[in-house]
Write a protein that binds this ligand. Structure first.
Ligand SMILES: Cc1ncc(COP(=O)(O)O)c(C=O)c1O
Length: 446
């Protein structure tokens, strides 16, 4: 097969004048924590980005189908977002919320306008982990209950509290964690006990949450938290009706419902702005990060005025949360999504992509499952379609080969056997064609 060519793109990266790859590697090894991992047997150094493309120090261009881990929602160095940041940098970088600033107020109003129901109060923080930690606090303070139900296969962050919510042994250190946290069945219709041919699958998985509450807690819970589509866990999509019935169970047991929109939010699913809307529910608390700021250290918890009020009983403060730069960038991201019609674009291109992936599945038996919504896609690789034995080594090989052919994608799932495709929402059809061609080659070479 001939090597596919990246679609033409008119951007010349600046000549790179910094330390060499080897020097950077050496400094990183010596002075940065060994806990940092790099992708690829021979890692790459990225020094410039423009929309859906990244450039290494030699000027080699890559198509970025992973968006800095589902973070660069509207495109690398998107001109409108950069301009908003630059304008703000010129006049004021930081004060904190002890003084009024128009940026945080206007952004809070704009973000609240994207929310359904009574979700109208924003609390800005700096990362998804912080947002989920705050949501846990809010839920416990509001309900007076302690136990929280999360899902197996979830990822909600790596700080102590959210490590407890996260449910992959690979992300959990051997320290006390998860006190007051229970993990219900992951509603996975590919691997779980109830599959896509079971029209009651949503109900059955939801009833496991009730069982978990009855058997594993005092019977009264503070919250249920779930990613609207599991991201790190390998793009797991819940069966219809799952969240609706689960929310009913949780609310009946005194809890509030938290939707983690860190990956699925901001139009990525195509049909809706928020992932939870694809399940026809309105949560009580929504956490968001990553795509919210297109790379700015920005995250938020949005809730109802009634729940928000509980935190006013003490002083709660976050130095950088809602700083003028992040808020300017966050507001600009909302404007770009709207102006460029990126939600609709995600729907169209996501549909085109999934059709192409399904065609690859007809050709390559290694593909056990193709799933996703909009531009949040997953391809699960298995050694055998009947036993569904995870094909982790093969997944790693495909992933490496894609990089050699200038395509960057992600990898996930507990066994590392799911290819994750979650590009900046500005990708175009020729990019999808290129990615499919590269994947076809990588699968053919297995
Ligand atoms: C769904 C979800 N929630 C929370 C987090 C944690 O976000 P952060 O890394 O910004 O703390 C992540 C990060 O990958 C995530 O995917």
């Amino acid at each position: 097969m001939k090597t596919p060519e990246l679609p033409p793109y008119d951007h010349k990266p600046q000549p790179y004048k910094g330390p060499s790859f080897d020097e950077v590697m050496e400094m990183r090894k010596r002075h940065l924590t060994p806990a940092l991992i790099t992708y690829y047997k021979k890692p790459i150094m990225i020094v410039e980005g423009s929309m859906q493309y990244l450039f290494d120090e030699k000027g080699t261009r890559y198509l970025d189908m992973f968006a800095g881990i589902v973070t660069v929602s509207v495109g690398h160095s998107h001109p409108h977002v950069m301009e908003a940041a630059r304008k703000q940098y010129d006049v004021l970088q930081h004060t904190t919320t002890i003084y009024l600033h128009p940026g945080i107020a206007e952004y809070g109003k704009a973000l609240a306008a994207k929310m359904p129901g009574d979700l109208s109060v924003c609390y800005f923080v700096n990362s998804g982990s912080e947002a989920n930690d705050l949501a846990m606090l809010m839920a416990r303070a509001y309900t007076g209950n302690y136990d929280i139900v999360a899902l197996r296969n979830a990822y909600h962050g790596g700080i102590s509290s959210t490590m407890g919510l996260t449910s992959h042994h690979t992300w959990k250190y051997n320290v006390p964690h998860s006190f007051g946290i229970q993990h219900a069945l992951m509603p996975d219709t590919y691997r779980g006990p109830w599959g896509r041919d079971d029209k009651d699958a949503g109900k059955k998985y939801a009833d496991d949450v009730l069982d978990m509450i009855r058997f594993g807690t005092s019977g009264q819970v503070a919250a249920f938290i779930a990613e609207s589509i599991q991201g790190v866990g390998g793009t797991v999509i819940f069966p219809d009706g799952y969240l609706k019935r689960t929310y009913e169970h949780v609310r009946a047991q005194g809890g509030v419902c938290i939707a983690d929109e860190v990956q699925a939010g901001f139009g990525r699913t195509g049909t809706h702005f928020w992932g939870f809307e694809t399940q026809g529910v309105i949560p009580d608390i929504v956490t968001m990060a990553k795509g919210i700021g297109n790379g700015a250290p920005l995250a938020a918890v949005v809730t109802t005025p009634e729940i928000a009020k509980t935190l006013a009983s003490r002083i709660h403060f976050n130095t950088y949360g809602g700083n003028p730069i992040s808020c300017a960038m966050g507001k600009a991201v909302l404007e770009v999504i709207e102006k460029e019609g990126l939600q609709k674009h995600s729907l169209e291109l996501g549909g085109y992509f999934i059709d192409g992936l399904n065609k690859l599945a007809e050709k390559h038996d290694i593909i056990g499952d193709v799933r996703g919504k909009g531009l949040m896609l997953g391809v699960e690789l298995v050694k055998d379609r009947k036993t569904k034995e995870p094909a982790a080594a093969e997944c790693a090989q495909v992933f490496e080969r894609c990089k050699e052919l200038n395509l960057l994608i992600g990898k996930g799932g507990l066994f590392g056997n799911v290819l994750r495709i979650k590009p900046p929402m500005c990708i175009q059809k020729p990019d999808v064609d290129f990615a499919l061609e590269v994947l076809d080659i990588a699968f053919s070479e297995l």
